[in-house]
Design a protein around this ligand. Sequence first.
Ligand SMILES: [Zn+2]
Length: 253
Amino acid sequence: MSEAQKTATFLFHGELNDFLPKSRRGCPIQCQFRGRQTVKHLIESLGVPHPEVGRLKLGDQDLSLNALVENGDFIEVIPPELPLPLPSSDNDALDEPIRFVLDNHLGRLAAYLRLFGFDALYRNDIQDEELAHTACAEKRVLLTRDHRLLMRTCIQQGYWLRSKIPRQQLVEVLRRWNLADFARPFRRCLRCNGLLQEVSKEQILAQLQPLTRLYYDEFRQCGICGQIYWKGSHYERMQIWMTTVLQASTITP
Ligand SMILES: [Zn+2]
């Protein structure tokens, strides 16, 4: 005998409507289902990934994502208040406020995050399975434009970037965790995410172009790939760009 059909109604608040078709935004949505279904399963069947959810309410009662939905339930799905608290880390000795892993389309955003000193793991050949595994195993926040990827059960912390424009994506991420105060420019290698170390000019002299050798005296080198960095002629322009990004990311009360 087939199980009876049940109906629940969901109302998505605020930015969670970004995942819904335009015609369904801001309206209660009826969802038909059979058997034992969790809130997580049903809201994801409607298109909203669980890491984007802040709170679930059934009347006055708070629900967990794993709560079972009953016939006739009216469930409100609320985004988290921003800024989010920084994720807790297993290893405070790492000295990182937050650590990210990015999907393989987000190379520019990864470089931008590294420019601000944030730990941003990225490889252009990384597959979804490995991405999800890395996010779980290393407790990294998964950043992606693929909302299906965020629906994987093991993903605890993740964010679907609304914008397709890297600079705007950067502002979204900085704003979500209010990271402006944690920015530490010129700390990481833009190419590989390695930490930079100060290096004397003598040590790297042979690797410098003649004009660089002539005009600059302070250098940093990536401990992993060996890339050399210095505050060249582009430095001032970059500082101005970084300041405007940080200002744009600040939430004004
Ligand atoms: Zn490097």
